[in-house]
Design a protein. Structure first.
Length: 210
């Protein structure tokens, strides 16, 4: 099969863990779960409902600020945004709105607002979302189509651990996490769409649509 992130056919089996097959792309270095091991939509939603993502939880808001603060420094006043994959507790939307940035929200399970696909945005946030994408290449193309020229896309996801730690990595053990990225992966994603790519800190990357 081809890489679900970059489309390369240079894909090999990386490991079989807990009866799940993980593949690795030799071009973008992403690792991803074999499609036969993916959860059903019903199983996904049940797991997401276990997340304790309370809008008023100060610890959760501080966690999200690792993306919101650097992303806001890139934005002009009243820039309009979208939180793509906001989950059932859209705290990040509340945080941006409190700073006078109007923001729409979208989540295929909890806020399936199809009207967003007829708009373009100055910025888009994806916090703890891209690791859930079954078809990352398609999703990043969608995000590209939703961004205005010069728009910003902010990503938060745990960057890949070293291979020897992958089996016991807490991030891998979440059954809804199906694709894993490193800095090289994001470089390839950017190159394929003519974006600039800036790794702000561990687990935070900003793309600019040039």
């Amino acid at each position: 099969m081809n890489c679900v992130v970059c489309g390369s056919n240079l894909v090999e089996v990386f490991d079989i863990i807990d009866q799940k097959k993980y593949l690795e792309c030799k071009i973008c270095l992403a690792k991803f779960l074999d499609r036969v091991n993916l959860l059903s939509p019903a199983e996904e939603k049940i797991h997401y409902l276990t997340h304790q993502n309370n809008i008023s939880d100060l610890r959760y808001r501080k966690f999200l600020s690792k993306l919101s603060i650097p992303l806001q420094t890139k934005l002009s006043k009243n820039a309009e945004g979208l939180d793509y994959g906001c989950g059932h507790g859209p705290a990040l939307v509340d945080m941006f709105r409190s700073e006078q940035f109007p923001m729409d929200l979208y989540d295929p399970f909890f806020f399936p607002n199809e009207f967003i696909f007829s708009k373009e945005y100055d910025f888009i946030s994806c916090t703890e979302t891209v690791e859930h994408f079954f078809a990352p290449s398609k999703e990043f193309n969608t995000l590209n189509s939703l961004l205005k020229d010069k728009g910003w896309l902010g990503i938060m996801t745990s960057f890949m651990t070293k291979d020897k730690f992958f089996k016991n990595w807490y991030y891998r053990k979440d059954p809804t996490h199906v694709v894993f990225y490193c800095e090289k992966t994001f470089d390839v994603i950017a190159q394929q769409r003519n974006w600039s790519c800036e790794v702000i800190s561990k687990d935070i990357v900003l793309f600019n649509k040039t």
